[in-house]
Design a protein around this ligand. Structure first.
Ligand SMILES: Cc1cc2nc3c(=O)[nH]c(=O)nc-3n(C[C@H](O)[C@H](O)[C@H](O)COP(=O)(O)OP(=O)(O)OC[C@H]3O[C@@H](n4cnc5c(N)ncnc54)[C@H](O)[C@@H]3O)c2cc1C
Ligand SMILES: *[C@@H]1O[C@H](CO)[C@@H](O)[C@H](O)[C@H]1NC(C)=O
Ligand SMILES: *[C@@H]1O[C@H](CO)[C@@H](O)[C@H](O)[C@H]1NC(C)=O
Ligand SMILES: *[C@@H]1O[C@H](CO)[C@@H](O)[C@H](O)[C@H]1NC(C)=O
Ligand SMILES: *[C@@H]1O[C@H](CO)[C@@H](O)[C@H](O)[C@H]1NC(C)=O
Ligand SMILES: *[C@@H]1O[C@H](CO)[C@@H](O)[C@H](O)[C@H]1NC(C)=O
Length: 498
């Protein structure tokens, strides 16, 4: 097929062809600003510098202020080839970089950078449905809401985020919990192909048949192996669901825990039923929020019977399209935010202890004292059917224990940058209390859900020794110079070798 190559593109090619191969070693003699000037000259448009008008929105494109930074420049690429050229060059000159898709990770410098180059992937914004193959090809910069709305016209959906604004790239590479997970596994389990730019600039498709080791590693591998440009996701039929949220006062918490225990202990848990429960121990008006959905248009299904008689102060649950249900989920809005995760098995006594910890620990006073200090305590029941579904789709790197479990999360929000340390310490202490209660009761699950974890938690280190060794082997094969380990400092990294 004939393609017209402009003179600018030819000079780009020429400039890159003269680069020695990165295998000659990472040089790191170039400053980030020199690198930005060079990239601007070779890539043409799409390199935003601090004096350019779009810089403030590009550098502050992350959801919360705690993740804002001042990159030396922002690369707004739209093709895998541009990303390839830039990565190859940055790897060669040893300049630090960061990758941002939807920007919804609150991790400071996880998807942004000071003194380095930020890849803003929001230009990768296409979604295409292939009815014949039963897949959707989704670019990394898409938000889940735009993906679902596009697929709704075909009455299909994909396993993705529960809040529509969240980005495809970070959620999927961090595993991805969906209201469909008990049926079909995590978001990463449903990736049949990753299109990824590797450290040497090559553009590779990783799937079951080709680069299967990399395909496996990317299911939980975060930003450790390359920049993913597109995901091919399995689609499933969708339509009307019975879903919404109920609000309870805080004193309903004991009854809700009893209900949660019954819900999670059902002999055969109905995988069409899904929920997330959040308590707000410091909010007098908002006590407990129960998001619940049954993935069929069936009212009051048996799975939710344990919750039926607990009086709610608000109830929006009704039959509606899945995407409308998701659109009714309200994300928190606070300038500074972080979250911490841990996991444990289903157990009445432990649930009681956790309830006491999150409603009466001294850290609550510390958080209450911060300007706009708030916490949300979340319970996410995970069934063995979700883990089995992941195994059936080729397996992932997460090292999940085959047991019914709760992925627990504490979100903390506050207002002032000067409170960062106190807020983070308070939340970390609360999670440490929960974790030690889980351990001493024998119900601890050695897993930290990346998408709810603080960047100070060693998420990948908890995938298990065997999985970490396998991930390192994949790294040796696809990124022998450890470009993504060393030059991409932000986010959840492979633990360093001792
Ligand atoms: C309101 C809200 C609701 C949420 N709901 C859910 C939920 O239902 N289920 C769930 O699992 N999680 C959920 N999360 C957590 C969310 O999945 C993570 O914060 C995730 O990192 C967001 O993805 P993103 O693309 O927006 O993130 P970003 O902040 O852009 O990226 C996060 C990390 O991924 C890396 N990364 C992003 N794109 C790429 C890429 N293309 N190649 C390589 N590395 C990349 C970045 O470098 C960064 O380290 C929610 C978060 C928020 C704020
Ligand atoms: C060069 O390498 C050093 C040491 O690893 C690092 O601290 C520095 O930030 C690097 N410089 C750039 C521009 O990436
Ligand atoms: C989607 O479902 C609706 C309602 O059942 C139906 O009217 C419509 O024809 C379906 N569309 C497609 C493309 O299957
Ligand atoms: C998990 O719970 C389900 C339903 O309650 C049950 O069928 C299954 O046996 C449990 N799995 C394990 C490993 O305990
Ligand atoms: C409690 O939650 C409600 C609803 O999200 C919110 O409007 C209000 O500001 C919160 N109050 C406090 C004290 O955090
Ligand atoms: C909260 O603030 C009050 C008033 O300033 C102070 O007396 C108290 O010690 C603080 N408590 C905590 C736990 O920080």
């Amino acid at each position: 097929m004939a393609r017209i190559i402009g003179s600018r593109a030819l000079s780009v090619l020429a400039a890159l062809l003269y680069l020695p191969s990165p295998s000659s070693g990472v040089l790191n003699q170039t400053t980030a600003s020199t690198a930005c000037s060079y990239l601007e000259s070779v890539l043409g448009t799409g390199v935003v510098l601090p004096n350019d008008a779009p810089y403030s929105s590009a550098s502050q494109g992350n959801w919360v202020q705690t993740a804002w930074a001042s990159p030396t420049c922002v690369i707004q690429a739209t093709t895998a080839q541009q990303v390839s050229q830039a990565v190859r060059y940055l790897a060669h000159v040893g300049v630090h970089f960061a990758i941002r898709s939807g920007g919804h990770s609150p991790a400071p410098l996880g998807a942004n950078i000071n003194d380095g180059v930020l890849f803003d992937m929001s230009g990768f914004n296409s979604v295409e449905y292939d009815a014949r193959l039963g897949v959707a090809v989704v670019s990394t910069g898409m938000r889940w809401g735009d993906v679902y709305r596009h697929l709704d016209q075909y009455n299909v959906t994909v396993v993705g985020g529960r809040i529509l604004q969240v980005g495809v790239g970070g959620l999927t590479l961090g595993s991805g919990l969906s209201y469909l997970s008990d049926l079909y596994g995590l978001a990463c389990d449903n990736v049949v192909n990753f299109e990824i730019v590797l450290a040497d600039g090559s553009i590779v498709n990783a799937n079951k048949h080709s680069h299967a080791d990399l395909w496996w590693a990317l299911k939980g591998g975060a930003n450790n192996f390359g920049i993913v440009t597109r995901f091919t996701l399995t689609t499933y039929p969708t339509g009307l669901v019975w879903g919404g949220y109920r609000v309870y006062t805080l004193d309903a918490l004991p009854a809700l825990f009893d209900a949660l225990l019954v819900y999670q202990s059902a002999v055969v848990k109905d995988p069409y039923a899904n929920l997330m429960m959040q308590a707000f121990p410091l909010n007098g008006t908002l006590g407990v929020l129960l998001n619940m959905v049954y993935n069929k248009p069936v009212e009051n299904p048996t799975a939710f019977t344990p919750f039926h008689d607990i009086p709610a102060i608000a109830d929006t649950v009704h039959i509606q399209p899945m995407t409308d249900f998701l659109a009714s989920q309200v994300p928190p809005s606070l300038p500074r935010l972080n979250w911490f995760a841990t996991s444990f098995k289903t157990d009445a006594t432990l649930f009681k202890t956790v309830e006491e910890i999150v409603t009466s620990s001294p850290e609550l006073d510390t958080i209450r004292n911060l300007t706009a200090g708030s916490i949300a305590v979340g319970w996410q029941p995970i069934s063995t059917s979700a883990i089995a579904a992941g195994d059936a789709r080729g397996g992932n790197a997460l090292g999940l224990a085959y047991t019914n479990q709760t992925w627990f999360v504490i979100d903390i929000g506050w207002w002032d940058a000067e409170d960062d340390t106190v807020a983070n310490e308070a939340a970390a202490n609360l999670v440490a209390r929960v974790e030690s209660a889980a351990k001493s009761s024998g119900h601890y699950v050695d897993y930290i859900f990346m998408n709810d974890a603080a960047v100070t938690q060693d998420v990948i280190g908890h995938y298990g020794i065997g999985n970490v060794a396998r991930l390192r082997a994949v790294q040796r094969r696809y990124d022998p110079l450890k470009v993504f380990q060393k030059l991409v400092p932000g986010g959840f990294k492979l633990p360093s070798e001792r």
